[in-house]
Design a protein around this ligand. Sequence first.
Ligand code: NAD
Length: 356
Amino acid sequence: MTNPATNAGLAPSDKALVPFVSVDHMMKLINHIGVEEMLRGLAAYIEADFRRWELFDKTPRVASHSEKGVIELMPTSDGEVYGFKYVNGHPGNTKGGFQTVTAFGLLANVANGYPVLLTEMTILTALRTAATSAVVARLLAPKGAHVMAMIGNGAQSEFQSLAMKAICGVDEVRLYDIDPAATEKCAANLAGQGLKIVKCASAEEAIEGAQIITTCTADKQYATILTDNMVGSGVHINAIGGDCPGKTELAPAILHRAGIFVEFPEQTRIEGEIQQLDADHPVTEIWQVLTGQAKGRTSAEQITLFDSVGFAIEDFSALRYVRDQIAETGLFHPLDLLADPDDPRDLFGMLQRAKG
Ligand code: NAD
């Protein structure tokens, strides 16, 4: 496998054709590699990039909000490679047969600005979000954690479950969704994947005996998926669904009892569960725990909370991973995306010659 910590797989910058990974190619790539193996690979790339956090350009994502949802751009660069993702979040979409989250992304060579990869990122986002959750749970979950409650059984849920299995050793997942059809779908998809699946009738039932609680619901409001009395000491909460202003999942009292861990505080204070807290409420950055500059879990009784909103560096890592896999598999279309005239200053002449 390509070294996750380098840019070794950067495509030559003089290539005018840009590799494009379609949804079809992405599915073939994931099935070729295997979901769990790819989750482990993505986790290695994400961890490698979090360890060199200080190198990156960092900015909260650029969000355009509407009544129905949000459209966001998520850029970053490590000085050699630049990447961005376009992503939406529309909680009402599934009622109309559309997905809540769709995405595509691009990687470019900083030296000349030429794109080196364009790819679907709807499926890739589900994988990178799950891999990030598992990287963080491996750091923070109580010792021996092996049961996870999965609240919200939509598009992300199977990926979350399999990442916790592949990376953290979870062997039992307890499912709950307000829509029983979503739970049935998730249970059916996870059958035969090596996990014990328990379908639950309430969130309370789902968290019984769970050391890891994942909330991954979609609702454009301050929802309360977990109330204070539901959360016992010592658990790790992986809160995925609250990722927008006005969209949270946890009762504020839980936040006051927990050690809170975030990706990029400047973005999480706008979008995460901690938008419910004072702007100076202490939080710990994941990259600092990974590099040993900050403490993770401090006791067996502590409630740890990963207030996940999804940060550009995770997408950058996922784009790097895909770039490094496609060369040997050939799972891409060469895309005529750049004009790239033979004489770089003769764009008009190229147009004239195209008349035939
Ligand atoms: P989805 O619409 O496919 O699934 C959401 C599920 O939540 C649905 O099945 C719905 O019935 C269920 N739900 C809603 N309210 C509930 C409640 N009160 N209790 C239990 N279940 C409830 O959405 P998805 O693609 O799975 O995404 C889930 C959430 O995760 C979204 O809010 C999305 O924005 C967020 N997300 C976060 C990240 C990140 O990096 N943090 C990445 C991707 C998605």
